[in-house]
Design a protein around this ligand. Structure first.
Ligand code: NAD
Length: 369
């Protein structure tokens, strides 16, 4: 029998669904606290004109699994504000502060940045209600994109995956789609570990060099606001060319659904480590698994950002955040790949089973009410 009113509920959650509506402020928002068995829920505040309740449910559940899979003392939640994030700054501040005041008593939810909100918005929220993660450095935040939290985690996930696939990390050829906060730090950390970064792309093109791109030089080139394809140390190709680059490790770090049934056959890597969220469709993931390509799913490999936020929330330092990312992503990637091998299932199925088991164990340890 189906439980609940909306069709999204199951044994795990959601625990609370709060609809916020304030006409004078023009505020329409929803907060879903999905599950707090592992600790207070942490999850981003998404601002967009077309966000839906269903999206909020799905994202809150994804945070429950991501936080549990990362081994954090946090449950999952999410907030959506239906508004245009490009509104004038003063108007945005008024709206975000109003949202914060409305969730003052919802102590089981700690907001973080997501699409349409940033560290400044988190500073407004913290100023109003005393809790938020993803804060500016000046008020105790650890700037996760600047320090490359997610890129570091990806490099660690690659190390573990290479061991499982029997491929030496040093000398492994790597292709990275996307050279933003995630992709560029992944390139840096992998180059430091002896990998050969044979291709990198951004939205405007690909730069390829079989001998290995000079990563520090490419970082400086990109930091000057230039597209990767105009870098002199390689061969320029169209953006889509990155999918077919011969390599051992392929890292999507740009957009969702970039590998799909139409192009999955062109992918030549032996390992895929996902930096972007849901970059590979379910059908393409199944096709890669059937071909023996080892995949580290997004919510395991790209958890560096949320681990960093948890360390920040606990009052830890930047150094502690980096150490925790290495320790947790190493252990979790190892556990997921070992379980996938033992159970003969795809790593995503193993990762979801592990996360669900952690949450259910935590739920059994709690008293209701
Ligand atoms: P970003 O905006 O800093 O960088 C995105 C990069 O992707 C840019 O270089 C852009 O040019 C490139 N890009 C866009 N479309 C492309 C295309 N069609 N082909 C090739 N490159 C393309 O974003 P980010 O913070 O690096 O995030 C990248 C992805 O990782 C997103 O899916 C994000 O949700 C996910 N993610 C980010 C973090 C984080 O810590 N920032 C954590 C977990 C997941």
């Amino acid at each position: 029998m189906k439980r609940g009113w909306l069709g999204f509920e199951d044994r795990l959650g959601p625990e609370q669904v709060v609809h916020l509506w304030h006409e004078a402020l023009g505020l329409e928002a929803v907060v879903v606290v999905d599950n707090t068995a592992c600790g207070v829920a942490v999850g981003g505040v998404r601002m967009a004109p077309d966000v839906t309740l269903e999206e909020c449910f799905r994202l809150a559940r994804a945070m429950t699994f991501k936080n549990a899979a990362a081994g954090l003392r946090h449950g999952g939640g999410k907030a959506v504000i239906r508004a245009d994030p490009a509104m004038p700054p003063a108007e945005k501040e008024r709206l975000v502060r109003g949202f914060a005041r409305a969730i003052r008593d919802l102590a089981s939810y700690v907001p973080g940045p997501d699409m349409g909100t940033d560290e400044v918005a988190m500073a407004w929220i913290r100023d109003e209600i005393g809790r938020a993660v993803g804060l500016p450095r000046e008020i105790g935040g650890i700037p996760l994109d600047e320090i490359g939290a997610t890129g570091l985690g990806l490099a660690v996930a690659c190390e573990v995956a290479c061991r499982h696939a029997g491929i030496p990390l040093a000398g492994a050829r790597v292709a990275i789609q996307g050279f933003g906060a995630v992709g560029r730090h992944a390139a840096r950390h992998l180059a430091e570990r002896g990998c050969r970064i044979v291709a990198v792309s951004d939205s405007r093109g690909t730069i390829a060099n079989e001998a290995g791109v000079d990563v520090p030089a490419l970082l400086a080139h990109k930091a000057a606001g230039r597209p990767v394809a105009s870098f002199s140390g390689g061969r320029a190709e169209p953006a889509e060319a990155i999918v077919a680059v011969p390599c051992e490790i392929w890292i999507p770090a740009a957009r969702p659904d970039v590998v799909h049934e139409g192009n999955v056959d062109r992918l030549q890597a032996r390992i895929v480590v996902s930096g972007a969220n849901i970059p590979i469709t379910a059908a393409a993931e199944a096709a890669l698994h059937a071909r023996g390509v080892l995949q580290v799913p997004d919510f395991i490999a790209n958890a560096g950002g949320v681990i960093c936020a948890a360390v920040e929330f606990a009052g830890g330092s930047e150094r502690a955040a980096l150490e925790t990312i290495v320790e947790k992503i190493r252990a979790n990637t190892e556990a997921v790949l070992a379980r996938a091998r033992e159970d003969g299932v795809a790593p995503r199925a193993a990762a979801e089973a592990l996360a669900r088991e952690r949450v259910l164990r935590a739920m059994r340890l709690r008293r209701f009410g």
